[in-house]
Ligand binder design. Structure first.
Ligand SMILES: [Zn+2]
Length: 403
């Protein structure tokens, strides 16, 4: 750990007031901990390594533990993802389709598939998992949220193939419940299967796949990108925090942050993405408010140790709140354009602002993958246990019959 982190800790000690967490064998003791304790814990993490090789060893420990807790072995072959697309709508420079993915036998995920029009492939791809926005008034939940529609369509207008899919127990995918710990396993599996799906498309460049989401979508982004090195760039938005481990069982319900020989946090899980390009987007009004002083310096020190400091960037919006609003989308779009070779110019106004006015905001009913003509298949699994069994079976059948 370098001296800068000692200075950060001292600064926090005098600027942040709060009770120390009680000593507890469980880590973290709660999904939100005292900010000074969190900074101390992060400093303790930093004392376990001192150079690139040391970090690689620690990242291996974090990744191996995560893989064990989530029971996901990415080295095993997996069968292809099946997808049923319908209601393709074409606009001037992009199209959007409704799609039902089957990520294991009987495990269905409703999604939308955005694609560029009038461009030659192969295309980069951006995966956009959503968070816990429940919807309000005329702005629906999850992947239907207008900010997500604007993000996905703008990226498609820039030349990316984009997939936005439901969390388990959210949107249309409500035949399974959401708020239980095993959801972390199913959602991470679905993220990896989203990578499988786009990387298997003939006109997608599988070396240029990125992932971005905000809040719980940020959690899904750093978990999948930590485990799956096919994610070539990542932009978790308003989520990466040393003192906030995620308020839902799908984020902090399983012991992903501690093993027999280590304690960690979402800062280090995100740092495991190094040396691949990373953008942290943070704001002043949620648990990412300390990012310039705490989280970003730590992650940057990992990138520096790996000789990749230029691949780690941050956009901190101190006056903003917890959303994926225009300035956050602009930061992500510019980052993804640079890292994936997208056509940023195609979406800029004369004064070089990102223009999302050409995006057609569709109604929830227009984006649904499940409707009267396309009902949820009768073989959909009945519960989480059946879904986990289907994932295990998919892996076994793939071993017997490699693709
Ligand atoms: Zn959740």
């Amino acid at each position: 750990m370098n001296s800068a982190h000692g200075a950060v800790l001292a600064l926090l000690s005098v600027t942040l007031i709060g009770p120390r967490a009680v000593s507890d064998d469980r880590w973290p003791p709660r999904h939100e901990i005292d900010e000074t304790l969190a900074a101390e814990a992060l400093q303790a993490c930093g004392e376990t390594w001192s150079d690139g090789d040391g970090w690689r060893e620690r990242a291996g420990l974090i990744r191996t533990h995560l893989r064990e807790v989530l029971n996901l072995d990415l080295d095993e072959p997996r069968p292809p993802v099946t997808a049923t697309l319908h209601h393709r709508r074409e606009f001037d420079d992009y199209a959007v389709s409704n799609v039902l993915l089957e990520t294991a036998e009987g495990v269905y995920v409703a999604a939308n598939f955005y694609e560029p029009l009038g461009r030659e492939g192969p295309y980069p791809s951006v995966l956009c998992p959503h968070g816990h926005f429940r919807g309000r008034d005329d702005n629906p939940e999850g992947r239907f949220q207008h900010d997500y529609q604007r993000l996905c369509a703008t990226l498609a207008r820039m030349g990316a193939v984009v997939l936005a899919w439901d969390m388990v127990g959210w949107g249309e995918t409500t035949y399974l419940p959401h708020g239980v710990p095993d959801t972390t396993i199913l959602q991470t599996w679905n993220s990896i299967r989203a990578v499988d799906y786009v990387s298997g498309l003939p006109d997608v460049d599988e070396t240029r796949i990125a992932m971005t989401g905000y809040s719980g979508g940020g959690t899904q982004t750093f978990l999948a990108a930590c485990l799956d090195e096919r994610v070539a760039a990542a932009a978790p938005v308003v989520m990466v925090s040393a003192h906030w481990f995620g308020g839902c069982p799908c984020e902090s319900g399983l012991p992903v942050h501690a093993g027999p020989n280590h304690r960690t946090n979402n800062v280090e899980i995100t740092a495991c993405i190094a040396p691949r390009p990373l953008l942290l987007v943070s704001c002043g009004e949620d648990w990412t408010r300390n990012t310039p002083l705490v989280e970003y310096p730590y992650i940057r020190s990992v990138y520096e140790a790996l000789g990749a400091a230029d691949s780690c960037t941050m956009t901190h919006l101190s006056e903003e709140g917890h959303d994926y609003g225009p300035s956050k989308r602009a930061a992500a779009c510019r980052f993804l354009a640079r890292r994936l070779g997208l056509d940023l110019e195609a979406v800029l106004t004369a004064d070089r602002a990102i223009d999302d006015a050409p995006v057609h905001i569709l109604k929830r009913s227009e984006l649904q993958a499940i409707d009267e003509a396309h009902p949820l298949p009768a073989d959909a699994v009945a519960d989480h246990a059946a879904a986990l069994a289907a994932i295990a079976a998919a892996r076994q059948s793939a071993v017997a019959e490699p693709r």
